[in-house]
Design a protein around this ligand. Structure first.
Ligand code: ANZ
Length: 852
């Protein structure tokens, strides 16, 4: 038709892309590869929210641009569909998570398609598909056999409301990240991954990646490497000693009390009889607080004296031992030596409980306590006068010589609590057997390749059990279908209810199993086993999905070596900064393990990372259900079209900026696309007659056009889409003012608009007589020589006052410029009726007329 009918056009082209698989890419190509990755969505019940098309449009523009530039572009999408929210939704609606996941993925996919993303849908991955999680389980076996997995009782965050354990990162201010419910500490059996073994590499290799500095810093701080010393203080009247960790052994002579975390194993022993009740109450109160609350500098300090004393390792002084919740069990040794003169928290505590505060580091006579600056030792006996750094070494050496301490490196990073007492996750490919059966399996050699050097065991009141890996050839270990998947609320997984799956006769050589309620099958390899009923956390599937995209249908390997060699790692990863420490750290850890296994050829998974900024509501506040300030992308698509939504989202401001949605501006972008339509399509629906093949655009038009090609290309590569769009607006306005434009200019315009607004792009491209998708280019090249102009800007002055200006040829003479100046109405009015006495011409800059 003659008018821009976005809904018709968008449906038409979406159908074409789907049917012709326009954006499918091949692993077998001589073209240069370009892999652009989005953080894949969690297909929630609410469907697409405005944050999805924000980041996804940015990456889609880049994908389309690189494709038009002739690269072989891998731009995939998938579904991170395991996890708590699906399970909760299922419990609420009474529909099985399997059913709801499939439904939601279908719904989500349709919504994404309606925004016109150029994903290769043939490469979709779904973390809950056993063809996918088979490899998640396989990677777990790699960790298992390398001794990077173990099972342990752990004090973990327990949420009564969600009836599950949460990882540290899922707890914010003593509340669950999801749902904001209170959490407490509780001891439960957990699968744990030794991410701490990779701590140094996870710090060092940050040098290899091009990431936002703030994200690198967050990872560094999360890993939190520090060096200091551990020291052992004798305990009065006891055989045991109290081990502490300090980063400041130089302040040893300033210790006036010791602190145990409330969870410290020595608490009970050290608490004297008359303090028992007070301590017990204190421990209960501390269990309800988060680490953040406990260590918050702003919070008032609390604590209880145990009634016991430690002995200073150098002076032999008696030092009271306290219990206080600002000391965490999870860091260092869970106990500290307190130096109130030089540590802010110790200072506050000492003030509150009237403990002495002797200064041992002196900067100057003006020092104010607590003093944490540079200085030399005072009140420290033989160490007086030493610079604190030197004292750090000397005092550590002294402790070492006396056998009461040594250098120590600590990390804030903890081993990764890698299990959940939930149904909707990947089952662990391990089976628990007796030691005797484990040894039998070991001796048989059937699965020796997959056994760790040290067996993974677990001991409880029923005895010790040993973990046998499920043979990789029998993966996937399917998640059994259960009728009731609600968590028991006891800390036990709902998988316990799948009794015939859990209690089995198990063939360790083949992985075959039959219910334990039946007879034991014939054969040596059949042993009595119990499955692990915990499941993996949601982070598991997202740790390696980018690898599966390279070769998603491979049933022999997680991806072929050829595919991994060809695609390497994503050239660009776009996603939210909220994943700075969790997903991005876990994925780096797994990637490094896979590198060590020789599976991937690269040390780091994401060489280049970009965070889109958060889109706020129209009111400038964070979008939330309770604030009711959401923007529904599907409504915007229906009202204005996907092309307008995409272009407008990019036009709102820099992609990385945090910015509000503004419904007022969207009309302008819609008009902009209409203008482009009008340039190419005539009133009769035929090609606009102003577009002429073979026409030579004037110099100014050529200049604007080539400037635009240069700027838009550079801006897209820098993900600066708002400035690219502004420049396109300048071009469109200029072309509108021309009576005739060349076919070259028309095509270049359409190509440049296509990444942002691909549907109108395809439509206009075909109306310009092209038969191949505009998605495949060619991208216009700018001609540097067209950028220079032979015109200069001359300012006109009368009696030294500026009255006008004009562009004139560089070679114009003074008289020619004077003639042009006289035609300027302002200049003319100021010299009217006067005589020109003198003309001062500075070529390339000013023409000044002296007249009276
Ligand atoms: C004495 C001292 C003197 C300390 C001084 C600091 C300053 P970073 O740097 O973060 O590693 N600490 C040790 N274990 C702790 C725990 N489990 N919970 C709370 N605090 C703990 O912090 C190390 C310092 O934090 C240690 O050095 C210790 O206090 C405290 F002028 O020891 B320091």
């Amino acid at each position: 038709s003659a008018d821009y009918n976005f809904s018709e056009i968008e449906k038409t082209w979406q159908k074409v892309w789907d049917e012709e698989k326009t954006f499918a890419c091949s692993n077998d190509s001589d073209k240069e590869k370009y892999f652009i990755l989005d953080m894949f969505p969690y297909p929630s019940g609410a469907g697409l929210h405005i944050g999805h098309p924000l980041g996804y449009t940015g990456s889609d523009i880049l994908a389309r641009y690189q494709r038009a530039k002739g690269k072989n572009v891998l731009h995939p999408i998938g579904w991170d569909a395991f996890g708590l929210a699906t399970e909760q939704y299922a419990i609420k609606t009474g529909k099985h998570p399997r059913t709801t996941s499939v439904e939601r993925i279908g719904h989500f996919r349709n919504q994404l398609k309606s925004v016109g993303f150029s994903f290769d849908y043939d490469r979709e991955v779904d973390t809950t598909d056993s063809k996918y999680y088979r490899w998640t389980q396989w990677i777990f076996l790699q960790l298992f056999k390398r001794g990077l997995a173990y099972v342990d009782m752990r004090p973990v965050w327990w949420c009564d409301e969600l009836k599950t354990v949460l990882a540290n990162e899922e707890v914010i201010d003593g509340k669950s990240e999801r749902g904001n419910h209170p959490v407490v500490r509780r001891n439960l059996r957990q699968v744990v991954l030794k991410i701490t073994k990779y701590a140094d590499r996870l710090i060092e290799d940050l040098d290899l990646v091009d990431w936002p500095a703030s994200t690198k810093k967050m990872q560094q701080e999360w890993i939190g490497k520090s060096t200091g010393a551990t020291a052992r203080f004798a305990l009065e009247g006891m055989d045991e000693s109290l081990e502490i960790y300090t980063t400041r052994p130089d302040t040893l002579m300033g210790v006036t009390y010791m602190v145990l975390s409330p969870e410290h194993p020595l608490v009970d022993k050290l608490t004297v009889a008359e303090k028992k009740d007070e301590v017990a109450a204190y421990i209960t109160a501390a269990a309800a607080k988060s680490d953040l609350e406990r260590t918050d500098l702003a919070k008032e300090k609390s604590g209880v004296f145990t009634g016991s004393y430690a002995v200073h390792p150098i002076t032999g002084d008696k030092i009271p031992v306290w219990i206080a919740d600002y000391v965490l069990i999870s860091y260092g040794t869970g106990a500290i030596m307190a130096v109130p003169a030089h540590d802010t928290r110790d200072f506050e505590f000492a003030e509150q409980f009237n403990l002495p505060i002797p200064q041992v580091i002196k900067g100057s006579d003006e020092d104010v306590l607590p003093y944490t600056g540079d200085g030399v030792l005072v009140n420290s006996g033989e160490f007086d006068g030493l610079h604190w750094k030197e004292a750090k070494e000397k005092i550590t050496a002294k402790l070492k010589a006396e056998g009461t301490g040594e250098e120590s490196t600590q990390y804030k990073l903890r081993d990764w609590l890698f299990s959940r007492q939930r149904y909707w996750g990947e089952p662990f490919p391990i089976a628990w057997v007796s030691e005797e059966d484990y040894r039998k399996a070991e001796a048989s050699g059937a699965i020796s390749e997959w056994l760790p050097e040290e067996p993974v065991t677990y001991t409880d009141e029923d005895g010790t059990v040993f973990a046998l890996p499920v043979p990789p050839s029998s993966l996937p270990l399917e998640l059994p279908y259960v009728e009731s998947y609600e968590p028991a609320g006891t800390g036990e997984s709902p998988l316990k209810k799948a009794e015939d799956w859990m209690e089995i006769w198990y063939n360790y050589a083949t992985g075959a199993f039959v219910p334990a309620s039946g007879d034991k099958p014939e054969g040596e390899e059949w042993v009595r086993a119990s499955r692990e009923t915990n499941t993996m956390p949601q982070w598991a599937g997202s740790c390696w999905y980018y690898l599966r995209y390279m070769d998603p249908h491979n049933s022999e390997e997680l991806a072929s070596q050829a595919a991994l060699e060809y695609w390497q790692t994503p050239d660009m990863y776009v996603g939210g900064a909220e994943h700075a420490v969790l997903h991005l750290l876990y994925a780096r850890f797994w990637h490094k393990v896979l590198y060590d296994c020789g599976v991937v050829p690269t040390k780091e998974p994401f060489g280049k990372l970009f965070h889109q900024g958060m889109l706020l509501g129209e009111d400038g506040k964070k979008i939330s259900k309770s604030a009711g300030n959401g923007v529904d992308p599907v409504t915007v698509v229906n009202e204005y079209g996907a092309d307008t939504l995409r272009t407008y989202l990019m036009f709102l401001g820099p992609l990385e900026a945090r910015k509000p949605w503004n419904s007022k501006g969207i009309g302008g972008v819609s008009r902009f696309l209409n203008k482009i339509w009008r340039e190419i399509v005539g009133k009769d629906g035929e090609l606009n007659p102003k577009v002429k093949d073979g026409y030579q655009d004037d110099k100014e038009t050529e200049k604007v056009l080539h400037e635009t090609i240069k700027k838009v290309s550079a801006d897209i590569e820098a993900l600066s889409f708002n400035t690219a769009i502004s420049q396109l607006m300048i071009l469109v306005n200029h072309l509108q003012g021309q009576e005739t434009i060349s076919l070259f200019a028309a095509k270049a315009l359409v190509q440049m608009v296509s990444p942002m607004a691909p549907h109108i792009g395809e439509e206009l491209w075909s109306r310009l007589g092209e038969t191949k998708s505009s998605g495949h280019g060619p991208w216009p090249e700018h001609d540097e020589s067209k950028l220079v102009t032979d015109e200069v800007n001359i300012v006109f002055q009368v009696m030294g006052k500026t009255r006008g200006q004009a562009k004139v040829s560089k070679t114009a003479t003074q008289d020619e410029v004077l003639e042009i100046a006289k035609q300027d109405p302002k200049v003319a009015s100021h010299i009217e009726g006067k005589t020109i006495r003198k003309v001062i011409y500075v070529p390339g800059r000013i023409l000044n007329i002296v007249a009276n």
